[in-house]
Design a protein around this ligand. Structure first.
Ligand code: OSB
Ligand code: MG
Length: 371
């Protein structure tokens, strides 16, 4: 595969409704798209999940743009045989910055699948035709609005709900959702918002309201607090921000701090690492699932392909296009199917087309790099 160019586009897509978490509110999602072209005229797409501000993690659109432009693109063009693996190996010496690295790795994955004449799912060993999904529900202005919001998602067909929680937005809203929808599978995600002294109080409301999974309540490095919460719990303790590579996962497994693993390509630097982490978790008897970062259809297509592979066993945070954006960057849109599922695209590569008109409409800037 001989590369001809890397185009980096910044876009801003309006969300259908604001998404509020313990770390902030997003109304418009700003992100970067990587378009790789080969000398044979093929195109590979990747998405960088870093947002305008470094709130979920330390990366932002600006830091990712700098790294891709000034470091990753030059390294990529120097590779004799550019593959997701050779690229990841070569950029490993740059510390951190997994979202910037993932954007390029994902585009290489798309390209490689196309050269194999396969869908990305098949190219990475996917076996499922449909994947089970749930929906992540942001913090709402009031408890009644939350109950209403959850009700509409359940009517749309989602069978698993993840509620964003934070100190001051937990027992009351979670209890209200449980009372209104007694049989629904409820997960919660705090994005590191609780101090480690909150173990007992979180356990109390999570058990009282039959929460199936508590995700990242404590700071990323607070492994011991997560282990304390997991001890004897009736719910799974899920790690998201804490697990960024193999050593951090190995340590969490050894400490019994993780009983469910949220795997995001953005957080770990691409599909290759994501798959190996999920296999490591499986060896430790811990189930994995694919997490999301409000991606456009491009990143969602990668996530859906990843979720079709065997180590991913719990429902993903991969909802239909219309849950995120009025107009998605890709066609056809992802739609919710029977049994709270999304269909895995079967066409070559990511299997969805990027709609140039929509990309142009929400375009902010671009730069092209050549060997
Ligand atoms: O912690 O899982 C998270 C969105 C942005 C940043 C962090 C998270 C999320 C979500 C949304 O929960 C998941 C999705 O894309 O549907
Ligand atoms: Mg999370």
């Amino acid at each position: 595969m001989r590369l001809a160019s890397l185009r980096l586009e910044e876009v801003e897509l309006p969300l259908v409704e604001p998404f509020e978490t313990s770390f902030g509110v997003e109304k418009n999602r700003r992100f970067l798209i990587v378009r790789l072209t080969t000398k044979d005229g093929e195109e590979g797409w990747g998405e960088c999940a870093a947002a305008a501000d470094p709130l979920y993690s330390s990366e932002s659109v600006a830091t990712a743009r700098w790294l891709i432009a000034e470091r990753l693109a030059p390294v990529l063009f120097r590779l004799e045989d550019p593959t997701p693996e050779s690229f990841s190996r070569e950029v490993a010496r740059f510390r951190g910055n997994p979202m910037a690295k993932a954007a390029v790795e994902l585009a290489l994955q798309d390209l490689r699948a196309q050269t194999m004449g396969k869908s990305l799912s098949k190219a990475i060993g996917g076996r499922r035709e449909r994947i089970r999904v749930g929906v992540s529900v942001g913090i709402q202005p009031s408890v009644s609005q939350l109950v209403d919001r959850v009700g509409r998602y359940l009517e749309a067909g989602y069978r698993r709900i993840k509620l964003k929680v934070a100190p001051g937005w937990d027992a009351l809203p979670v209890g209200a959702v449980r009372r209104e929808f007694p049989d629904t599978e409820v997960w919660v995600d705090a994005n590191q918002a609780y101090p480690i002294r909150s173990v007992a109080s979180i356990r109390a409301w999570a058990e009282k309201y039959g929460v199936a999974q508590v995700e990242q309540p404590f700071p990323a490095r607070a492994i011991r607090a997560h282990a304390e919460l997991a001890r004897g719990a009736s719910f799974r303790v899920c790690l998201d921000e804490s697990v960024v590579d193999e050593p951090s996962l190995e340590d969490a497994l050894a400490a019994h701090a993780v009983t469910s693993l949220n795997v995001k390509v953005a957080r770990v630097g691409g599909i290759g690492v994501a798959m190996s982490l999920a296999r490591t978790a499986r060896r430790g008897k811990v189930p994995s699932w694919v997490g999301g970062m409000l991606e456009s259809g491009i990143g969602r297509a990668h996530n859906v392909a990843l979720a079709s592979t065997p180590p991913f066993v719990l429902s993903g945070d991969l909802s239909a296009s219309d849950r995120y954006y009025l107009e998605d960057l890709t066609d056809p849109p992802f739609v919710l199917g029977p049994g709270s599922t999304l269909e895995v695209p079967r066409g070559p590569g990511i299997g969805v087309e990027v709609v140039d008109r929509v990309l142009k409409k929400h375009w902010r800037s671009s730069r092209t790099f050549r060997p």
